[in-house]
Design a protein around this ligand. Structure first.
Ligand code: LLP
Length: 418
């Protein structure tokens, strides 16, 4: 048992759904990202079912994985989207997603992005400052439109996660303190081209406990109460994303428990609930498949040098994140303590430290839980072309992103004529 339902061993060989990963590596080359369509679908359906009869909209956070085949799959399942840039909006549209089910988050939306989003009538702008609101009001006025808005409240709760991905503390750059938000909502008449339709929070990512969500919801409901007593109509509450996934043997709340906690903590109100899950929809539905180029044994350490690197999966280098590393074929070489590292010229270029695995060069490894913030955060550092992405549906494999070519790498560059 691998512990990852759609990526499991049959005898000693690791499969994704009904396809041996070795077959994928040989057919499409490595490194590549491999996704299970069944895992993606099940995760979405688990969220959807957990809301039961509560009016809701799931807005997949595009930043977690922005491949248009994945966006298209979620759109077909009924999903909306949470975007943070004009580029993500274009992807949603290209993938057949519905702008009317799309919310736009982020502290630094520029004028061009606001215009684009107003033009396609997105569901809501999650506004993060008064300055942004003034700018949005002005642009909507110029376009003769009314912009639908939620203010993103900063509830000042501790998400107890990695500091780089904690967003709901008052010292973070995100959101507006509740007291200030109250003042802004009450001065709604100053903003002729804004319609305040919601309240929003997002307190961080990879949360392993539900308590911070309960606290944040409480603060949001207090504000809702005040606004309603002043006759402000609020149509939806957006409770952000943030549910963590299991990377190793952490114990995590299930999707069902998370959603039912959100529903319970807002049971006294009738507003539609929106959520913006990213990682919990895609994280454990994808892996990074890599090949061992060389084994290198020094007097102090054993290195497995693989063909994937920090530019393909940044999380270990950036957050010291742990990803399980499984051999595609078990029982290959002698079991040793390995440092699994890439070819990039930095000591920070590692995928895993101190892994007890039996390996031989030419073997394939699966870097698990790489479906979220893997490909979407990859770069071309060291002039490494971005890798291919493969979707598996039962026993069928589909390439959903071609491997980048070296020519594409510098196609926008130019030598000056002297
Ligand atoms: N909504 C907003 C406004 C967000 O900023 C985010 C993530 C989400 C939703 C989705 O959160 P999730 O459900 O995926 O936790 N690169 C980091 C994670 C950054 C998360 C940024 N915001 C990582 O690899 O861990």
């Amino acid at each position: 048992m691998s512990g990852f339902p759609e990526f499991d061993y049959h005898d000693d060989e690791l499969f994704v759904e009904s396809v041996p990963l070795k077959q994928i590596a040989e057919k499409f080359g490595t490194p590549c990202y491999v996704y299970s369509q069944s895992a993606l679908t099940k995760a979405y359906q688990e969220f959807d079912a957990a809301f039961a009869n509560r009016d809701h909209l799931i807005c997949f956070a595009v930043k977690a994985n922005s491949n248009i085949a994945i966006l298209n799959l979620f759109s077909q399942l009924g999903s909306g989207f949470d975007i943070v840039s004009g580029g993500e909006l274009q992807r949603v549209i290209k993938a057949g997603g519905d702008p009317g089910k799309t919310v736009f988050s982020g502290v630094g939306k520029n004028m061009h992005e606001m215009r684009m989003a107003l033009d396609v009538n997105i569901l809501c702008f999650n506004v993060e400052s008064e300055a942004e609101l003034i700018s949005l009001n002005q642009i909507a006025k110029e376009m003769n439109k009314i912009a639908p808005v939620s203010l993103r409240i900063n509830p000042d709760v501790d998400a107890k996660t990695h500091p780089y991905i904690s967003t709901g503390l008052k010292e973070n750059k995100f959101g507006i303190p509740a007291s200030e938000a109250e003042r802004i909502y009450q001065s709604a008449r100053l903003y002729q081209n804004i319609r305040f339709i919601g309240l929003d929070y997002h307190i961080g990512s990879q949360l392993t406990e539900l308590e911070p969500f309960i606290q944040a919801s409480k603060k949001m409901l207090n504000l809702l109460d005040t606004l309603q007593s002043k006759n402000l109509e609020i149509e939806h509450l957006d409770l952000g994303g943030g549910l963590g996934i299991r990377y190793t043997n952490e114990i995590l709340p299930s999707i069902r428990d998370y959603v039912s906690t959100l529903c319970t903590s807002t049971h006294q109100v009738k507003q539609r609930l929106l959520i913006e899950p990213g990682r919990s929809l895609v994280g454990n539905a994808g892996i990074l498949l890599t090949r061992i180029e060389y084994l290198k044994h020094t007097p102090t350490r054993n290195f497995a040098i693989v063909d994937a690197a920090m530019n393909d999966l940044m999380r270990p280098a950036l957050y010291d994140a742990y990803h399980e590393i499984l051999p595609v074929n078990k029982n290959s070489g002698e079991i040793k303590d390995y440092q699994v590292v890439g070819p990039v010229c930095e000591t920070g270029d590692f995928l895993g430290h101190d892994r007890q695995i039996g390996l031989m060069s030419g073997d394939f490894l699966a870097i698990m839980s790489a479906g979220a913030y893997g490909m979407s955060m990859s770069s071309n550092y060291n002039s490494r072309p971005r890798v291919a992405e493969i979707m598996v549906d039962k026993n069928t494999t589909h390439i959903i992103r071609q491997r980048e070519t070296i020519d594409q790498l510098f196609s926008n560059e130019k030598i000056l004529s002297h």
